[in-house]
Structures are given as C-alpha cells and as structure tokens.
Design a protein. Sequence first.
Length: 197
Amino acid sequence: MTECSLIAGMVKPTMTTEAPDLSALWEAHCHHEFATRDVNATMSTMVPEPYVNHIPTMTGGVGHDHLKRFYIYHFVNSNPEDTKLVPISRTVGKVRVVDEMLFCFTHTREIDWMLPGIEPTGKYVEVPLVAIVTFQGDKIYNEHIYWDQASVLTQIGKLDPSGLPVAGIESARKVVDKTLPSNALMRTWASSEGKPI
C-alpha cells in the first residue's frame, strides 16, 4: 500500500455544513418589512433575483429591481401603522416555510398591494393569511401569499355578504377558536340533524 492510499483510507472528510435556520431567516425578513420598515434590509434577506406573488391581487414583483420598487412604493410603507401579524402555525421543511397567521390592520390608508384603488375606510380587519416561502440556502427565493379577499372586502364594507357564501372577521376568529360554530353558511346544514351517521 502506498503512503497516499494509507492516508486516503485513514482520513475521512468531514462536512460541517449546517442547515440554515429558515424560521429565524423568515422572522428577520418580516421584521424588516413590518417593524423597521427597512426596504434595503428586507432585500438583503433575499436572493439577487427574488419574486413575490400576492395571489388574490396578483401584486408583488419579479427580479430585484421590480420587487424593490414594489417594496418601496407599494408595500413596506403602505401598511397601516397598527399592522400586526399574529402567528397561528408554522411548518419548516428543508427549503420551505409555510406560515399561517392572522393579518390585522385598520384601513387608515390605501393599501396598494391588498386593496388597490380603494380609499381608506377606517375599518378594522383581521384575515387569515398563509405565506409559502421558498429558500435558496440562507436567502428567500420566493413568496406565495394567500388570503381570502372576499373576507377583506366584506370587513371594509365593499362587499355585501347577503346571500353569498362568504364570511368577514368570523373566519379569522374561527382560526383561533375551534369552538365557534361551523357550517353557518350552509343553508342545508340543519337538514342533516338527526340523520344516521
């Protein structure tokens, strides 16, 4: 056996690459968006060419410049002062975080990304919101953000829920309190009472 083969057989390479703490990285990103309202710090948590898609309103941005423009002029400083995120659940995978929360605010200013073109109503809103965040290494690659736009429009008085299968703030309250009634929008619910199960 040669000296090289002896060394190769005895020395085992060690890899000490620890997985990044995706939950902490996502928390930092949200902190810069909603607490410090610092666009440059927000962008520093992301890959060079990220994208964000707010599904109900198709707002966000693709690529650094487009997203930074969106953040500066239509998102970070468009959120009302009392905006808060209330955590409900979080699932962390190898490259993805799925965050369920309540998004709460008083509609004191136009919120371009959520309620584009709608003047402030002064109404308070609580809506369940889900963020699906994908990472590349220790940077955010993309965000898909979902919420019930009908609930938001109902809460600010722009959608009359009469006769429609939509809920207002009740949907947010049900997320945090499972004892609240289910099936209230189903007209036929009472018809199954007492039937065999």
